[in-house]
Design a protein around this ligand. Sequence first.
Ligand code: UD1
Length: 418
Amino acid sequence: MSKIIVAGGKKLEGEIRIPGAKNTVLPILAATLISGKKSVIHDCPLISDVKLTLEILRQLGCEVAIEGNSITVDSSGFDCTILTEEWMHKMRSSIILTGAILSRCGRVRTSYPGGCELGLRPIDLHIKAFKDMGVRVEEQFGYIDCIMEHPKPCDIHLGFPSVGATENIMLAAVGIKGTTRIINAAKEPEIEDLQVFLNAIGAKVRGAGTSVIEIQGVGSFRDAEHTVIPDRIVAATYMAAAAITASTVEVANVNTEHISSIIAALREMGVKICRTRRNSLVVSGNARLQPLNILRTTPYPGFPTDAQSVFTTLLSVADGTSILIESIFDQRFKHIDELIKMGADITVDGRTAVIKGVERLYGAKVNAPDLRSGAALVIAGLRADGLTTVDEISHIERGYEDIVRDLSSLGAEIKRID
Ligand code: UD1
């Protein structure tokens, strides 16, 4: 099994460019199914989740071409309305394809994505919204059949601003005549980018980025070209790499507004961050980071749950005690046992972690329990004394094109062993 080995203690320097966002590419690739036309998407990270999505699109009848980081999807030949259990199992976010297929074909057969590394991942909000929109949902033999029986525009009140449910409703509503409104919609930047793409193919969507989104159904679509926004979580990871090694690194291709909560938390910890040119930040860490009284993950524009694990690593070497509260997912502390193996002093009670900063971390053999936790362990390895071996790196490859290449380019002593 492939692993990453990091020798800690090296200073980093240089510039790193942040790729397009995983969490935007996935719903946008789903949205390419709606138009029946050609869509060209630029700055797509070639991560394993994207590769799997492209494989699914091919099997659904689309033509897919990859040139560098640009992906062309021609969905004119799309002719299948079944999402297999295997796909749903491999990638929970394939659920996003259901809204797009409903929009285009009026029916889809799928299955429950099941739990995952982050705990229970229900899709009740997606299903309830589909029913509100006039979709008949039938469950049997582990399948969920969704049939757009009496499509009706309506107001959908989300009990929680779920990112995936908001995206799925936007996708499905494009195919319903009239105006559908999502109230208490997620406000994440990825939703705004999906709106930009949907409007590019000819849909009429507005309000993304606020808590009310309006989607007007349309009947005809066109070819489109779109560049994906930068990945704010990859940006947070490489900013953390500079912070924890007390190095100065330029992080290019970032949207500073999208990462304002991350910038604020790093500044509070004593990290210097300045803007050099448009969309570029210079990040300088210092030898002893300051603790944070309370860091709580919340929906955007709050602090992102996806950056929680790398911040656990940073706070584990801060000069004092920090409290971390994970309010989005119920099992998102799996990196903590691994950090403890490396010498961190952290206690967990439910969704709260009390992190007492230690002066040193020590290299150890650790497992990447999920995507973001894996990245957090690699970042810990940059600081630890000696060698850190991170196993099960397929999780990391779901969201980072090549974390070894990126950190090596900044001078880290890091390698991958297959
Ligand atoms: C997306 C992101 C993920 C990020 C998360 C929160 C993608 C591919 N993934 O995941 O990286 O961590 O947003 O920012 O974009 N929930 C329900 N019922 C539902 C749907 C969600 O109870 O029907 C709960 C979830 O269990 C979780 C919370 O709502 O506790 C947030 O989930 P959601 O915002 O839907 O996250 P995802 O879209 O799955």
